[in-house]
Design a protein around this ligand. Structure first.
Ligand SMILES: [Zn+2]
Length: 417
């Protein structure tokens, strides 16, 4: 089967989608359920309809565009990703998997391929945590990893609940109808930019993701005692920021202590109250991100951080509360899908390597209801979540070609040519 990927069309569609943005080009800001997100969804559904796909949307806006197979009663196979972005991001994260998935379907259609299993393109709602503070909102609900009641009360910065915001965006069905049964899909494959430097450094065109690291995140709130920076002498101070400083270094230490390269820990948020140069900090909030391919090792690192929090609280006379935002299991890719991807790479004559995804994606949650795998393409300098994020049309087309072949194998269909 010789597959024609229409690179020019795909590039112009990626550019077109990037124009639905609240930031000036080349930056893309497209936060879930904003006006730009709404317009992007309308535009994208139109492209799917042009390809003859049937569209269904669920109560949180996950969108399913289906190419009906000759055996529609069989579990479908699916591909897809997300189109929302963090503020001032680039145009490829997520989008390559959505528009690339659509192009893969169109390439198969134009070869006269007839799938036995239906093939669905899934556009997941709010992969980015920007608005509601939790990543992969749509796929968490689809897989049951997030309970509908807990989702409904999530709030954005303006204190609007998800329940209110989704209704305003036109998604009104009951949240408890979103979850899919295990076995709803026989396979899910996600094409994505690597968001790291390995493929580019090694000059390898494709990465086959064998596992996705287990992510966890925590909020730590430290309450001390404020006061005048001059009037209050050093003895007996209960400075919340000094306590936070010890914890921040302990977070780094907890990741390093296990000696495993796969353990990573980051404090990405440090909010100081009242935040005045002449005032002793009375309260600090920290946001901690902790990941590992091995969840048991991750839990040990978490235990080390908790221990330090208790010790610092006691010694400094501050109160420290640590709250878990999320703590998710890792995902292992399906050997069958990896085999199909490997064969597809070989048929296309593409060099590839196995790799671990340290960022998490909707595939992490889809793995709870379906066999999954991911396909990475290089991005320049490993840069992502920035306006200068870039993958070349050639690299994208290569990924799409391998994705299309893989979908063809998994859909178990026949080609007329
Ligand atoms: Zn992404």
């Amino acid at each position: 089967m010789n597959l024609e990927i229409e690179e020019t069309r795909l590039t112009s569609e990626i550019d077109a989608l990037a124009r639905f943005s609240d930031a000036e080009a080349p930056a893309v800001t497209r936060v879930v359920f904003t006006e730009q997100d709404r317009k992007a969804r309308v535009w994208l559904k139109e492209r799917c309809r042009e390809a003859g796909l049937n569209i269904r949307e669920d109560a949180v806006g996950n969108t399913f565009a289906r190419w009906e197979g000759s055996k529609p009663e069989l579990p479908a196979i699916a591909t897809g990703s997300h189109i929302d972005s963090i503020p001032h991001a680039g145009r490829y994260d997520g989008v390559v998997g959505v528009l690339g998935g659509l192009e893969a379907i169109r390439a198969l259609q134009s070869r006269g391929f007839q799938p036995r299993r239906s093939i669905e393109l899934i556009i997941f709602t709010s992969e980015e945590p920007t608005r509601f503070g939790i990543g992969c909102l749509g796929s968490r609900l689809l897989s049951g990893a997030l309970a509908p009641d807990a989702a409904a009360v999530l709030r954005d910065d303006e204190e609007n609940t998800l329940e209110v915001v989704r209704h305003r965006a036109g998604f009104t069905g009951p949240l408890d109808r979103i979850q899919l049964q295990s076995g709803a899909y026989s396979a899910f494959v996600e094409l994505h930019i690597e968001q790291g430097p390995i493929l580019e450094q090694e000059k390898i065109g494709l990465g086959l993701v064998t596992s996705i690291a287990a992510p966890a995140s925590f909020r730590v709130r430290i309450d001390g005692e404020g006061g005048h920076a001059g009037g209050r002498l050093m003895p007996g101070r209960r400075d919340a920021l000094c306590a936070a400083a010890e914890i921040i270094l302990a977070v780094e230490g907890a990741a390093l202590a296990g000696g495993a390269v796969d353990t990573v820990a980051t404090v990405g948020i440090c909010e100081v109250h009242p935040g005045a140069i002449n005032s002793i900090p009375s309260q600090v909030q920290l946001g901690i991100d902790l990941r590992d391919t091995d969840p048991a090792r991750r839990d040990i690192a978490q235990g080390r951080i908790e221990l330090v929090c208790r010790e610092v609280a006691e010694r400094r006379g501050v109160s420290i509360a640590m709250e878990t935002i999320n703590s998710d299991p890792p995902a292992q890719s399906s050997p069958e899908i990896l085999a199909a991807l490997t064969t597809a790479c070989e048929k296309e004559g593409c060099r590839f390597r196995a790799m671990v995804s340290r960022a998490y994606h909707d595939s992490l949650f889809m793995s709870q209801i379906a066999p999954v795998a991911m396909l990475f393409i290089p991005c320049r300098g490993g840069v992502s979540h920035r306006p200068d994020e870039y993958s070349s049309p050639l690299e994208i087309a290569r990924g799409v070609r391998v994705l299309a072949r893989t979908l063809a194998t998994l859909a178990d269909g026949e080609s007329q040519s």
